[in-house]
Write a protein that binds this ligand. Structure first.
Ligand SMILES: Nc1ccn([C@@H]2O[C@H](COP(=O)(O)OP(=O)(O)OP(=O)(O)O)[C@@H](O)[C@H]2O)c(=O)n1
Length: 392
Protein backbone atom coordinates (compact mmCIF):
# COMPACT_ATOMS: atom_id res chain seq x y z
CA UNK A 1 0.00 0.00 0.00
CA UNK A 2 1.27 3.45 -0.96
CA UNK A 3 0.27 6.80 0.52
CA UNK A 4 0.31 9.79 -1.79
CA UNK A 5 2.73 12.18 -0.09
CA UNK A 6 2.03 15.13 -2.38
CA UNK A 7 0.40 16.97 0.51
CA UNK A 8 2.65 20.00 1.21
CA UNK A 9 3.06 19.09 4.90
CA UNK A 10 4.51 15.69 3.99
CA UNK A 11 6.40 16.91 0.94
CA UNK A 12 8.28 19.57 2.90
CA UNK A 13 9.41 16.99 5.49
CA UNK A 14 10.71 14.42 2.99
CA UNK A 15 14.24 15.96 2.78
CA UNK A 16 14.50 15.64 6.58
CA UNK A 17 13.64 11.94 6.38
CA UNK A 18 16.06 11.39 3.52
CA UNK A 19 18.86 13.07 5.50
CA UNK A 20 18.18 10.77 8.46
CA UNK A 21 18.26 7.71 6.16
CA UNK A 22 21.44 8.90 4.45
CA UNK A 23 23.08 8.93 7.88
CA UNK A 24 22.15 5.26 8.26
CA UNK A 25 18.99 5.43 10.37
CA UNK A 26 15.29 4.84 9.71
CA UNK A 27 12.63 7.57 9.61
CA UNK A 28 8.84 7.34 9.14
CA UNK A 29 5.78 9.50 9.22
CA UNK A 30 3.58 8.27 12.09
CA UNK A 31 0.49 9.17 14.07
CA UNK A 32 -2.62 11.18 13.31
CA UNK A 33 -1.42 12.77 10.06
CA UNK A 34 -0.89 9.34 8.47
CA UNK A 35 -4.33 8.16 9.65
CA UNK A 36 -6.06 11.32 8.42
CA UNK A 37 -4.23 11.37 5.06
CA UNK A 38 -5.23 7.76 4.41
CA UNK A 39 -8.82 8.75 5.16
CA UNK A 40 -8.57 11.69 2.77
CA UNK A 41 -9.03 14.17 5.63
CA UNK A 42 -7.10 17.42 6.02
CA UNK A 43 -3.88 16.98 7.98
CA UNK A 44 -2.11 19.25 10.43
CA UNK A 45 1.35 18.70 11.87
CA UNK A 46 3.28 15.71 10.67
CA UNK A 47 5.14 13.57 13.22
CA UNK A 48 8.37 11.80 12.31
CA UNK A 49 9.61 8.76 14.23
CA UNK A 50 13.21 7.60 13.85
CA UNK A 51 15.66 4.94 14.97
CA UNK A 52 18.26 7.69 15.51
CA UNK A 53 18.74 8.75 19.11
CA UNK A 54 18.26 12.44 19.93
CA UNK A 55 22.02 13.05 20.07
CA UNK A 56 22.37 11.43 16.63
CA UNK A 57 19.60 13.61 15.17
CA UNK A 58 21.46 16.64 16.52
CA UNK A 59 24.60 15.51 14.71
CA UNK A 60 22.79 15.15 11.39
CA UNK A 61 21.17 18.60 11.41
CA UNK A 62 22.79 21.96 12.03
CA UNK A 63 19.81 23.62 13.63
CA UNK A 64 17.76 21.77 16.23
CA UNK A 65 15.82 22.64 19.36
CA UNK A 66 15.43 20.32 22.36
CA UNK A 67 11.64 20.55 22.56
CA UNK A 68 11.10 17.31 24.48
CA UNK A 69 14.45 15.66 24.63
CA UNK A 70 13.63 13.60 27.75
CA UNK A 71 10.86 11.90 25.74
CA UNK A 72 13.12 11.62 22.71
CA UNK A 73 11.75 14.56 20.70
CA UNK A 74 14.03 17.01 18.91
CA UNK A 75 12.78 19.74 16.61
CA UNK A 76 14.73 20.04 13.38
CA UNK A 77 14.65 23.54 11.88
CA UNK A 78 14.66 23.76 8.11
CA UNK A 79 13.98 26.91 6.09
CA UNK A 80 12.05 28.46 8.98
CA UNK A 81 9.89 25.38 9.61
CA UNK A 82 10.22 23.06 12.60
CA UNK A 83 9.84 19.27 12.26
CA UNK A 84 9.47 17.14 15.38
CA UNK A 85 11.53 13.98 15.20
CA UNK A 86 10.92 11.46 18.00
CA UNK A 87 13.17 8.49 18.65
CA UNK A 88 11.46 5.07 18.60
CA UNK A 89 10.74 4.26 22.21
CA UNK A 90 9.11 1.84 24.58
CA UNK A 91 7.73 2.79 27.90
CA UNK A 92 7.44 0.85 31.12
CA UNK A 93 6.06 1.29 34.58
CA UNK A 94 2.87 3.36 34.35
CA UNK A 95 2.24 3.11 38.06
CA UNK A 96 0.04 6.19 37.90
CA UNK A 97 -1.90 5.18 34.74
CA UNK A 98 -0.85 8.29 32.85
CA UNK A 99 2.93 8.61 32.68
CA UNK A 100 5.53 5.95 32.09
CA UNK A 101 8.04 5.48 34.90
CA UNK A 102 10.71 5.01 32.27
CA UNK A 103 11.10 5.79 28.57
CA UNK A 104 13.58 3.58 26.76
CA UNK A 105 14.85 4.46 23.29
CA UNK A 106 14.89 1.53 20.89
CA UNK A 107 16.07 0.95 17.32
CA UNK A 108 13.03 -1.05 16.20
CA UNK A 109 9.99 0.51 14.54
CA UNK A 110 7.86 -2.48 15.60
CA UNK A 111 8.72 -1.92 19.27
CA UNK A 112 7.63 1.70 18.93
CA UNK A 113 4.38 0.99 17.08
CA UNK A 114 3.25 -1.73 19.44
CA UNK A 115 2.95 0.71 22.34
CA UNK A 116 0.61 3.04 20.44
CA UNK A 117 -3.09 3.25 21.30
CA UNK A 118 -5.18 2.16 18.28
CA UNK A 119 -4.20 0.21 15.18
CA UNK A 120 -5.26 3.11 12.93
CA UNK A 121 -2.77 5.27 14.87
CA UNK A 122 0.00 2.68 14.59
CA UNK A 123 0.74 2.98 10.87
CA UNK A 124 4.09 4.24 9.59
CA UNK A 125 4.98 5.62 6.16
CA UNK A 126 8.39 5.80 4.48
CA UNK A 127 9.44 8.85 2.48
CA UNK A 128 8.57 6.99 -0.74
CA UNK A 129 4.97 6.54 0.48
CA UNK A 130 5.23 2.86 1.48
CA UNK A 131 2.82 2.15 4.34
CA UNK A 132 4.04 -0.17 7.09
CA UNK A 133 1.07 -1.85 8.72
CA UNK A 134 2.08 -4.30 11.45
CA UNK A 135 -1.23 -4.46 13.35
CA UNK A 136 -3.96 -4.45 10.72
CA UNK A 137 -4.50 -0.70 10.86
CA UNK A 138 -5.34 -0.46 7.14
CA UNK A 139 -8.12 -3.04 7.43
CA UNK A 140 -9.43 -1.23 10.49
CA UNK A 141 -9.40 2.08 8.59
CA UNK A 142 -11.52 0.44 5.90
CA UNK A 143 -13.81 -1.14 8.50
CA UNK A 144 -13.98 2.21 10.34
CA UNK A 145 -12.95 0.42 13.48
CA UNK A 146 -10.99 1.53 16.54
CA UNK A 147 -9.10 -1.44 17.85
CA UNK A 148 -6.44 -1.27 20.53
CA UNK A 149 -2.96 -2.40 19.49
CA UNK A 150 -2.33 -5.78 21.16
CA UNK A 151 -3.88 -6.22 24.61
CA UNK A 152 -6.37 -3.41 25.20
CA UNK A 153 -6.09 -3.64 29.00
CA UNK A 154 -2.36 -2.99 28.77
CA UNK A 155 -2.88 -0.01 26.46
CA UNK A 156 -5.43 1.56 28.82
CA UNK A 157 -3.30 0.91 31.88
CA UNK A 158 -0.40 2.67 30.18
CA UNK A 159 -2.50 5.78 29.67
CA UNK A 160 -6.09 5.87 30.87
CA UNK A 161 -6.78 8.93 28.69
CA UNK A 162 -6.73 6.59 25.69
CA UNK A 163 -10.23 5.44 26.68
CA UNK A 164 -11.49 9.00 26.21
CA UNK A 165 -9.51 9.19 22.96
CA UNK A 166 -11.44 6.10 21.84
CA UNK A 167 -14.86 7.72 22.22
CA UNK A 168 -13.47 11.01 20.85
CA UNK A 169 -12.26 9.27 17.67
CA UNK A 170 -15.67 7.58 17.31
CA UNK A 171 -17.21 11.03 17.17
CA UNK A 172 -14.47 12.73 15.18
CA UNK A 173 -14.05 10.03 12.55
CA UNK A 174 -17.44 8.29 12.60
CA UNK A 175 -15.73 5.01 13.57
CA UNK A 176 -16.89 2.29 15.98
CA UNK A 177 -14.92 0.79 18.86
CA UNK A 178 -14.11 -2.87 18.20
CA UNK A 179 -15.92 -5.08 20.72
CA UNK A 180 -12.97 -6.32 22.83
CA UNK A 181 -11.57 -2.77 22.94
CA UNK A 182 -14.92 -1.43 24.04
CA UNK A 183 -15.28 -4.14 26.70
CA UNK A 184 -11.82 -3.24 28.02
CA UNK A 185 -12.85 0.41 28.29
CA UNK A 186 -15.95 -0.59 30.25
CA UNK A 187 -13.79 -2.65 32.58
CA UNK A 188 -11.08 -0.04 33.04
CA UNK A 189 -13.24 3.11 33.08
CA UNK A 190 -12.47 3.77 36.79
CA UNK A 191 -8.84 4.40 35.79
CA UNK A 192 -10.02 7.69 34.26
CA UNK A 193 -10.05 9.03 37.83
CA UNK A 194 -6.22 9.17 37.58
CA UNK A 195 -6.28 11.51 34.58
CA UNK A 196 -6.31 15.31 34.90
CA UNK A 197 -9.57 17.12 34.21
CA UNK A 198 -7.83 19.27 31.57
CA UNK A 199 -6.87 16.25 29.48
CA UNK A 200 -10.33 14.67 29.84
CA UNK A 201 -11.96 17.99 28.92
CA UNK A 202 -9.82 18.37 25.76
CA UNK A 203 -11.03 14.97 24.52
CA UNK A 204 -14.64 15.54 25.60
CA UNK A 205 -14.76 18.89 23.80
CA UNK A 206 -13.61 17.21 20.60
CA UNK A 207 -16.19 14.47 21.14
CA UNK A 208 -18.96 17.07 21.46
CA UNK A 209 -17.98 18.78 18.20
CA UNK A 210 -17.45 15.65 16.10
CA UNK A 211 -19.38 14.50 13.04
CA UNK A 212 -20.72 11.47 14.95
CA UNK A 213 -21.14 12.82 18.47
CA UNK A 214 -24.17 10.55 18.95
CA UNK A 215 -21.96 7.45 18.61
CA UNK A 216 -19.24 8.91 20.84
CA UNK A 217 -21.73 9.91 23.54
CA UNK A 218 -23.53 6.56 23.32
CA UNK A 219 -20.30 4.74 24.12
CA UNK A 220 -19.25 7.36 26.68
CA UNK A 221 -22.42 6.17 28.44
CA UNK A 222 -22.30 2.48 27.57
CA UNK A 223 -18.72 2.04 28.81
CA UNK A 224 -19.43 3.93 32.04
CA UNK A 225 -16.71 6.52 31.30
CA UNK A 226 -19.24 9.23 32.21
CA UNK A 227 -19.16 8.06 35.82
CA UNK A 228 -15.60 9.37 36.09
CA UNK A 229 -16.20 12.68 34.32
CA UNK A 230 -16.67 15.86 36.39
CA UNK A 231 -20.24 16.28 37.71
CA UNK A 232 -21.62 13.76 35.22
CA UNK A 233 -21.49 10.62 37.39
CA UNK A 234 -25.26 10.70 38.08
CA UNK A 235 -26.33 12.21 34.76
CA UNK A 236 -27.15 9.11 32.75
CA UNK A 237 -30.59 10.43 31.74
CA UNK A 238 -29.22 13.80 30.58
CA UNK A 239 -26.38 12.24 28.57
CA UNK A 240 -28.84 9.82 27.00
CA UNK A 241 -30.87 12.80 25.83
CA UNK A 242 -27.74 14.55 24.58
CA UNK A 243 -26.76 11.41 22.65
CA UNK A 244 -30.23 11.38 21.08
CA UNK A 245 -30.05 15.06 20.01
CA UNK A 246 -29.99 14.49 16.28
CA UNK A 247 -29.58 17.99 14.84
CA UNK A 248 -26.59 18.83 12.62
CA UNK A 249 -22.94 18.91 13.71
CA UNK A 250 -21.66 22.11 15.28
CA UNK A 251 -18.08 23.39 15.33
CA UNK A 252 -18.46 25.59 18.37
CA UNK A 253 -17.82 23.71 21.65
CA UNK A 254 -20.10 26.17 23.49
CA UNK A 255 -23.11 24.50 21.84
CA UNK A 256 -22.30 21.17 23.46
CA UNK A 257 -21.64 22.72 26.86
CA UNK A 258 -24.91 24.67 26.63
CA UNK A 259 -26.84 21.50 25.87
CA UNK A 260 -25.10 19.71 28.71
CA UNK A 261 -25.95 22.49 31.17
CA UNK A 262 -29.53 22.63 29.91
CA UNK A 263 -30.09 18.87 30.10
CA UNK A 264 -28.25 18.19 33.37
CA UNK A 265 -29.67 21.28 35.09
CA UNK A 266 -26.27 21.69 36.76
CA UNK A 267 -25.63 25.43 37.26
CA UNK A 268 -23.44 26.60 34.40
CA UNK A 269 -20.70 28.12 36.54
CA UNK A 270 -20.38 24.98 38.67
CA UNK A 271 -20.34 22.74 35.58
CA UNK A 272 -17.77 24.81 33.71
CA UNK A 273 -15.53 25.22 36.78
CA UNK A 274 -15.58 21.49 37.39
CA UNK A 275 -14.46 21.00 33.76
CA UNK A 276 -11.82 23.76 34.16
CA UNK A 277 -13.15 25.77 31.24
CA UNK A 278 -12.00 29.34 30.59
CA UNK A 279 -14.06 32.23 32.00
CA UNK A 280 -14.95 33.51 28.53
CA UNK A 281 -16.43 30.12 27.57
CA UNK A 282 -18.34 29.94 30.87
CA UNK A 283 -19.81 33.39 30.28
CA UNK A 284 -20.86 32.49 26.73
CA UNK A 285 -22.47 29.23 27.86
CA UNK A 286 -24.22 30.97 30.74
CA UNK A 287 -25.91 33.45 28.40
CA UNK A 288 -26.76 30.81 25.82
CA UNK A 289 -28.24 28.48 28.47
CA UNK A 290 -30.56 31.18 29.82
CA UNK A 291 -31.76 31.94 26.30
CA UNK A 292 -32.16 28.25 25.41
CA UNK A 293 -34.36 27.83 28.49
CA UNK A 294 -36.72 30.51 27.14
CA UNK A 295 -36.95 29.39 23.51
CA UNK A 296 -39.00 29.55 21.30
CA UNK A 297 -40.43 32.77 22.82
CA UNK A 298 -37.64 34.46 24.79
CA UNK A 299 -38.02 37.73 26.64
CA UNK A 300 -36.40 40.72 24.95
CA UNK A 301 -34.06 40.92 27.95
CA UNK A 302 -32.88 37.30 27.54
CA UNK A 303 -32.21 37.95 23.84
CA UNK A 304 -30.36 41.16 24.63
CA UNK A 305 -28.32 39.51 27.40
CA UNK A 306 -27.40 36.65 25.09
CA UNK A 307 -25.99 39.10 22.57
CA UNK A 308 -24.67 38.37 19.10
CA UNK A 309 -22.20 35.76 20.42
CA UNK A 310 -24.54 33.56 22.51
CA UNK A 311 -27.57 33.84 20.20
CA UNK A 312 -26.25 31.43 17.51
CA UNK A 313 -25.03 29.07 20.24
CA UNK A 314 -28.51 28.85 21.79
CA UNK A 315 -30.14 28.47 18.37
CA UNK A 316 -27.79 25.65 17.36
CA UNK A 317 -28.51 23.95 20.70
CA UNK A 318 -32.26 24.26 20.12
CA UNK A 319 -31.85 22.76 16.66
CA UNK A 320 -29.88 19.85 18.07
CA UNK A 321 -32.75 19.08 20.45
CA UNK A 322 -35.42 19.67 17.86
CA UNK A 323 -34.18 19.51 14.25
CA UNK A 324 -37.28 21.32 12.91
CA UNK A 325 -36.85 24.22 15.34
CA UNK A 326 -37.42 27.46 13.43
CA UNK A 327 -34.57 29.81 14.35
CA UNK A 328 -35.59 32.57 11.95
CA UNK A 329 -38.23 34.31 14.14
CA UNK A 330 -35.82 34.37 17.11
CA UNK A 331 -32.97 35.76 15.00
CA UNK A 332 -35.37 38.34 13.65
CA UNK A 333 -36.56 39.29 17.15
CA UNK A 334 -32.92 39.88 18.07
CA UNK A 335 -32.43 42.14 15.03
CA UNK A 336 -35.56 44.08 16.04
CA UNK A 337 -34.36 44.81 19.58
CA UNK A 338 -34.31 48.59 20.18
CA UNK A 339 -30.65 48.31 21.20
CA UNK A 340 -28.26 45.37 21.06
CA UNK A 341 -25.59 46.58 23.47
CA UNK A 342 -25.26 48.93 26.41
CA UNK A 343 -22.98 51.15 24.33
CA UNK A 344 -26.02 51.92 22.13
CA UNK A 345 -28.03 53.28 25.05
CA UNK A 346 -28.62 57.02 24.43
CA UNK A 347 -27.50 57.85 27.95
CA UNK A 348 -24.62 57.00 30.27
CA UNK A 349 -23.48 57.76 33.81
CA UNK A 350 -21.50 60.84 32.77
CA UNK A 351 -24.52 62.41 31.07
CA UNK A 352 -26.71 61.76 34.09
CA UNK A 353 -24.16 63.39 36.41
CA UNK A 354 -23.77 66.36 34.03
CA UNK A 355 -27.52 66.83 34.40
CA UNK A 356 -27.30 66.90 38.20
CA UNK A 357 -27.69 63.23 39.13
CA UNK A 358 -25.63 62.50 42.26
CA UNK A 359 -22.83 59.95 41.75
CA UNK A 360 -23.25 56.78 43.81
CA UNK A 361 -24.84 53.31 43.79
CA UNK A 362 -28.26 54.72 42.87
CA UNK A 363 -26.83 55.91 39.57
CA UNK A 364 -26.02 52.37 38.52
CA UNK A 365 -29.46 51.11 39.49
CA UNK A 366 -31.19 53.85 37.52
CA UNK A 367 -29.04 53.23 34.46
CA UNK A 368 -29.88 49.56 34.67
CA UNK A 369 -33.61 50.28 34.87
CA UNK A 370 -33.36 52.59 31.87
CA UNK A 371 -31.50 49.93 29.91
CA UNK A 372 -34.14 47.29 30.72
CA UNK A 373 -36.99 49.66 29.85
CA UNK A 374 -35.41 50.54 26.49
CA UNK A 375 -34.76 46.88 25.65
CA UNK A 376 -38.36 45.99 26.57
CA UNK A 377 -39.60 48.80 24.28
CA UNK A 378 -41.17 50.65 27.22
CA UNK A 379 -39.00 53.73 26.77
CA UNK A 380 -37.66 55.32 23.59
CA UNK A 381 -33.87 55.25 23.24
CA UNK A 382 -33.78 59.00 23.23
CA UNK A 383 -31.68 61.12 25.56
CA UNK A 384 -34.39 63.60 26.52
CA UNK A 385 -36.88 60.82 27.28
CA UNK A 386 -34.29 58.92 29.31
CA UNK A 387 -33.30 62.00 31.34
CA UNK A 388 -36.93 62.63 32.07
CA UNK A 389 -37.49 59.03 33.15
CA UNK A 390 -34.43 59.32 35.44
CA UNK A 391 -36.03 62.35 37.07
CA UNK A 392 -33.43 64.96 36.09
N1 LIG B 1 -2.46 8.64 24.68
C1 LIG B 1 -1.86 8.47 23.49
C2 LIG B 1 -1.62 9.59 22.67
C3 LIG B 1 -0.99 9.40 21.46
N2 LIG B 1 -0.60 8.16 21.06
C4 LIG B 1 0.12 7.93 19.80
O1 LIG B 1 0.74 9.15 19.40
C5 LIG B 1 0.22 9.59 18.14
C6 LIG B 1 0.09 11.12 18.12
O2 LIG B 1 -0.77 11.54 19.15
P1 LIG B 1 -1.61 12.89 19.12
O3 LIG B 1 -0.90 13.89 18.30
O4 LIG B 1 -1.99 13.19 20.52
O5 LIG B 1 -3.00 12.47 18.45
P2 LIG B 1 -3.30 12.01 17.00
O6 LIG B 1 -3.54 10.56 16.96
O7 LIG B 1 -2.26 12.58 16.12
O8 LIG B 1 -4.71 12.63 16.68
P3 LIG B 1 -5.15 14.14 16.60
O9 LIG B 1 -4.10 14.88 15.85
O10 LIG B 1 -6.48 14.09 15.90
O11 LIG B 1 -5.29 14.54 18.03
C7 LIG B 1 -1.11 8.86 18.02
O12 LIG B 1 -1.52 8.76 16.67
C8 LIG B 1 -0.77 7.52 18.64
O13 LIG B 1 0.01 6.73 17.77
C9 LIG B 1 -0.86 7.07 21.90
O14 LIG B 1 -0.51 5.94 21.54
N3 LIG B 1 -1.47 7.25 23.10
Amino acid sequence: MQLDLSHPEFKAAIPIMKAIEAAGYEAYFVGGSVRDALLGLPIHDVDIASSAYPAEIKQIFQRTVDTGIQHGTVMVLDHGTGYEVTTFRTESGYQDFRRPDQVTFVRSLAEDLKRRDFTVNALAVRHDGTVIDLFGGLDDLTAKQLKAVGNPHERFHEDALRMMRGVRFESQLGFQLESATKAAIAENAPLLAHVSVERIAAEFTRLLTGIARQAGLTDFLATGLYRYAPLLDDQEAAITKLAAASGPQWAEPAVGWTLLAHLTQVPVVALMRAWKQANAMTELVKRATVLLGQLPTPSAWALYQAGAAALPVALAAAQALQPDFDAAPVAQAYQMLPIQAKSALAIDGKTLIAHGFAPGPKLGQVLNQLEQAVVAGELANDQAALLKAAGV
